[in-house]
Write a protein that binds this ligand. Structure first.
Ligand code: KIV
Ligand code: ZN
Length: 506
């Protein structure tokens, strides 16, 4: 029997964006969509168009630019949802509508107030409606893992008869256990007479930490599509992580006899881009893309690694986008070396972006002797992020002092187009340098802001490492993220606050 292809359906832009704190603006979503397409995912779930004009617009824009991957829009079993979904994706090279309806007793009784018969009728009716508009329809039985298996089989049969090409079995609340979930998939394969006319998909949430295990068990039982997100983003505890499924299938190919079309060396850049855009850090020990995923600390492990890396490494770091030699470039490195590094890190930048990167790189080499992969990634991300954020306020110059027993002083000069403003006298109101710059920015921009989060961490190693600052500020009851990187943490803090201010302006 030849190997099976597993369809990778990415929902970072829909379920992932439902993670608290992960909302993205339209240019950011476009950047992520293009990255997903270059990564080689088969289906990009771009959003839920009926939810808001912003969601509609972002799905429509993504549909207009993505080539190769299918672009999918989510819709409830409602006329207006399905019509909005189609309007938003009809310009896509490969459009898909994803229609869903809950099937479990608790959802039928309390949320939908529908009988089993009504669920079956609605499934047939709305899948047919979607089929009348779009050639590729996916149907999801929401909360499938808590649905009576006989009824789930009936629903799936009806959806396929109505024209669904993919039937998705979500573990909506992360309740399933691998063996039991695999049993569900096997039951569908055995009891649904027309099951061969559709691909079985799974969509697992991570409430019990079992999203990945459930997805793999389902693949083993015959599922042909996995729904997942970069870094495992998603509602509550998140969804199954794309990088984990992809690397499990690649690493244990002899076991699963299945493959995906994902370009695995783009996984780390994809993870960095999503974490950079959302401001949600990847835990150091996160499988595949965490900073420690390939770090060996114990002497016994290091000794084994030196003798043969296969002793303690089941995957090669370079296969997921980490580089073998981390210390890369320096003051004397030229354009060719930098461009080559960018390509090996998995980014595809255009000439303009490469020129900007080279300028920033030269500035950094004046400040810092040794440039690591993480530094290059941070520079690339700054450039990509600047392109997607409407840069309105920029920093011209600043000075800040603080000393034991003395009040900190801050003065800042900002530019907005041709308009330059600076603090009139040294500010002394802050209780430290960061508070001082924050208050100065409020004064200069005239905005009444509250600082909700402030985090700083080093991007690479060494005393001269760059610091990355992530902030969340509140304006008019709404939260805005900002981030920036610099070898000077105060400068990075000012730029991170300005990034957030620019998002308000945008
Ligand atoms: O978790 C879920 O059930 C969903 C559906 C809309 C597929 O996200
Ligand atoms: Zn979900």
């Amino acid at each position: 029997m030849s190997d099976r292809k597993i369809v990778i359906f990415d929902t970072t832009l829909r379920d992932g964006e439902q993670s608290p704190g992960a909302s993205m603006n339209i240019p950011e979503k476009l950047e992520v969509a293009q990255m997903l397409s270059a990564l080689g995912v088969d289906v990009i779930e771009a959003g839920f168009p009926v939810v808001s004009p912003g969601d509609f617009e972002s799905v429509q824009k993504i549909a207009g630019v993505v080539k190769g991957s299918s672009v999918c829009a989510l819709a409830r079993c409602k006329d207006r949802d399905i019509e909005a979904a189609w309007e938003a994706i009809k310009g896509a090279e490969r459009p898909r509508i994803h229609v869903f309806l809950a099937t479990s007793p608790i959802h039928r009784e309390y949320k939908l107030r529908m009988t089993k018969e009504q669920v079956l009728e609605n499934t047939a009716h709305f899948v047919k409606k979607a089929v009348s508009l779009c050639p590729d329809i996916e149907f999801s039985a929401e909360d499938a893992s808590r649905t009576e298996i006989d009824f789930l089989c009936e629903v799936v049969e009806v959806a396929i008869r109505a024209g669904a090409k993919t039937v998705n079995i979500p573990d909506t609340v992360g309740y399933a256990i691998p063996n039991q979930f695999a049993e569900y998939i096997r039951a569908l394969k055995t009891n649904v007479p027309n099951i061969d006319e559709a691909i079985i998909s799974v969509h697992c949430h991570n409430d019990l930490g079992l999203a990945m295990a459930n997805s793999m068990a389902a693949i083993e039982a015959g599922a042909g599509q996995v729904e997942c997100t970069i870094n495992g983003l998603g509602e509550r505890a998140g969804n199954c992580a794309l990088e984990e499924v992809v690397m499990a299938l690649k690493t244990r190919h002899e076991y699963f006899k299945a493959y995906t079309d994902v370009v695995t060396r783009r996984l780390v850049p994809a993870s960095c881009l999503v974490s950079g855009i959302t401001g949600l850090d990847v835990p150091r020990n996160k499988a595949i893309v965490g900073r420690n995923a390939f770090a060996h600390e114990s002497g016994i492990h290091q000794d084994g690694m030196l003798k043969n890396s296969m002793t303690y490494e089941i995957m090669r770091p370079e296969d997921v986008g980490f580089q073998k030699t981390d210390l890369v470039l320096g003051k004397h490195s030229g354009r060719a070396a930098l461009n080559d590094k960018v390509t090996t890190l998995g980014y595809s930048l255009d000439q303009d972006q490469l020129n900007k990167l080279f300028e920033e790189f030269k500035v950094l080499t004046d400040r810092k002797k040794e440039i690591y992969d993480a530094d290059i990634r941070a520079l690339v991300q700054q450039i990509l992020l600047k392109e997607v954020t409407n840069v309105s306020w920029t920093l011209e110059s600043y000075s800040s002092t603080s000393a034991t027993g003395k009040k900190p002083t801050t003065s800042i000069k900002l530019r907005r187009g041709d308009f330059v403003v600076e603090t009139q006298s040294e500010m002394t109101t802050g209780d430290g340098p960061v508070d001082g710059i924050f208050l100065a920015i409020c004064q200069l921009t005239g905005l009444d802001l509250k600082c909700r989060e402030y985090r700083v961490h080093s991007v690479s190693v060494g005393h001269d490492a760059q610091g990355k600052v992530d902030v969340v500020i509140e304006f008019n009851g709404q939260e805005f993220r900002g981030q920036a990187t610099s070898t000077d943490c105060i400068e990075a803090s000012i730029m991170a606050f300005l990034d957030a201010v620019n998002r308000i302006a945008a």
